[in-house]
Ligand binder design. Sequence first.
Ligand SMILES: NC(=O)c1ccc[n+]([C@@H]2O[C@H](COP(=O)([O-])OP(=O)(O)OC[C@H]3O[C@@H](n4cnc5c(N)ncnc54)[C@H](O)[C@@H]3O)[C@@H](O)[C@H]2O)c1
Length: 273
Amino acid sequence: MTQEPLIVLTGAAGKIGRRTRAFLKGRCRLRSTDMLELGEAGRGEEVALADLSRADDAARVVRDATAVVHLAGIPRDAPIDAIAGANMIATWNLFEAARDAGVRRVVLGSTNHVVGFYAPEERLDAETPPRADSLYGASKVFAESVARLFWDKHGLETVCLRIGSALERPTELRHLSTWVSYDDLNRLIWASLTAERTGFTVAYGISDNARAWWSNAGARHLGYQPEDRSADHEARLIAANRLSGLTERTLDAQFQGGRWAAEGYDRTRIERS
Ligand SMILES: NC(=O)c1ccc[n+]([C@@H]2O[C@H](COP(=O)([O-])OP(=O)(O)OC[C@H]3O[C@@H](n4cnc5c(N)ncnc54)[C@H](O)[C@@H]3O)[C@@H](O)[C@H]2O)c1
């Protein structure tokens, strides 16, 4: 008897992972994993504690899996040792283990911060070369490049999701371009899991944003249909911005990566010296 495909979700205790876990439960056979406590397994679900920076843990959690949704990692800047362990070594271990276990597809939680140094006037797509805005962004450039390597060399399908700003609702002007609702992100993850073929695909994780900087035209084959729109929040955000006296001319506003790109920026000083 053939069993229903098993999906492994890493980072299942995290901000996005908790919601994706709830979404996937009942839709597929699920193994939720994190290095943090995950509580009781639900119906049709297993839970597994694992530190993916350890290769043996990664091998244990992907055993028998058909596909992996890899959300584990540190979603912000942190000391290099921490970023290297959680975002680089863990991702490498995950891909090695997935290949070894015969996993068919990995859906990788990447980030818009791989392209954060582009200006808001520029329109990007999946072919745009990376311009990471932070160590965090650079660690995800590494992760995407590992994904590409495993497709090119081993035929392991991958969808790199350059997630924008995952929030219940947008809270700042930048989010009018970058917002993704949790419901839309789950729709995108599901589309990435269920598309007939993905090969190596890069897609931006955003809702239906009229002010989007990123095109998902190249990833239409995923069949992702966002249902939420940042424009529904525009009037509120513009009014709040006016009240706070902030303008769109701050350093943050000069880069798509916002404050991530502005943090530690001293290029003017270097150019003058
Ligand atoms: N939140 C966003 O708006 C956003 C935007 C872009 C990209 N992302 C990416 O999406 C993913 C999830 O983000 P999040 O906001 O839910 O982060 P989060 O920090 O809330 O969750 C990440 C989870 O990964 C786990 N983890 C970290 N290191 C691990 C390890 N070595 N082994 C096993 N588990 C480990 C943590 O325990 C945590 O539960 C991350 O990869 C992040 O880079 C998030």
